[in-house]
Write a protein that binds this ligand. Sequence first.
Ligand SMILES: NC(=O)c1ccc[n+]([C@@H]2O[C@H](COP(=O)([O-])OP(=O)(O)OC[C@H]3O[C@@H](n4cnc5c(N)ncnc54)[C@H](OP(=O)(O)O)[C@@H]3O)[C@@H](O)[C@H]2O)c1
Length: 353
Amino acid sequence: MLDRNKKLYIAGHKGLVGSALLRRFEKEGFTNIVVRTSKELNLINQADVEEFFKEEKPEYVLLAAAKVGGILANSTYPADFIYQNLMISTNVIHASYKYGVKKLLNLGSSCIYPRIVPDKMSEECLLTAPLEKTNEAYALAKIAAIKLCYYYNKQYGTNFISLMPTNQYGIGDNFNMETAHLLPMIMRRFHLAKLLANNDFEAIKKDIKRNKLGSGLDNSFDYENKQDIEKILNKLGAYRDHVVLWGDGSVYREMMSSDDLADASFFLMENKDADEIGELVNVTDGTDIQLKELFEIVKKIVGFKGEITYDKTKPNGTPRKLMDAEKIKKLGWKPKIELRQGIADTYNWYCSL
Ligand SMILES: NC(=O)c1ccc[n+]([C@@H]2O[C@H](COP(=O)([O-])OP(=O)(O)OC[C@H]3O[C@@H](n4cnc5c(N)ncnc54)[C@H](OP(=O)(O)O)[C@@H]3O)[C@@H](O)[C@H]2O)c1
């Protein structure tokens, strides 16, 4: 059991996952949580990380800081992805060992698994076949972080655990129409289409001033010109009577609330040590949903009354990419947040911004 009064450092507390960890551990009564933004402490810089650990001497560390991005960013900037993520994990994991951290949680992702696996992605699939090329650089850095934890445990007897979560969504997500993940991207598209259908240009202006649209669109139109605004929203796939989505909606994806991931993180930090968990553990419930169904759920929650049309010239992506949940189930954890509820909570949060 963790001591609520000892110092806990959450790296990446402003991110989707890190902010959920902060909420969860605060709720559990941790009174001594330390956080730093990347501006205050750039984890790429070894000397600064050393200085921070020497000064703060945290008892526990949750490593949720990383350079993350979609396929486009990963394939355009592979050097940045491998360099920054290797540096962040190496610096934090090594300093944690050096300054006596009692327990560390390292976060990876499902992209560490081979591109083709026989069935579901189970922990045993690690390093058994080639990786997906588009995010190989990111995946290699994440695999190195798992191995760092594993070898530090082996050589130095540390208690560093590695969790591989499935796709996350939730409060604090990124809604930039260029860089967002699937769920916030389509949620905002439905939201903007709904506002357009209601002729609520004041709300549209508020939305696009508050959250970047991306793709160089933000400074490309006159915010006071309704026709201009409508053109931009159409370009993004949001129309008065329909919303355009990529592919044909036939593929399946897993979705998990970041609050569930924070719950799993708390459960494993509190109850399970590295020798019980082994090298890594998936955080998933092992079920997925067809995108067509997911889109209908989001549409209903947002309250958009128009149609969904599919742009079938755009790629669908992998048909199915399912993680195996057996190990985490055996360890005694399963997700609690029902998908509709999680999506509704995320939408309410987005509207409250
Ligand atoms: N989102 C998902 O679907 C998902 C799924 C599976 C696994 N994960 C894993 O969860 C972890 C966090 O992902 P996320 O989605 O929460 O990412 P995110 O929302 O982009 O947040 C990343 C965090 O990392 C911090 N950071 C980045 N570079 C840094 C640096 N050089 N120095 C210090 N801090 C730095 C950022 O700090 P600032 O905000 O202060 O710049 C931010 O708080 C990653 O390891 C990712 O692989 C995420």
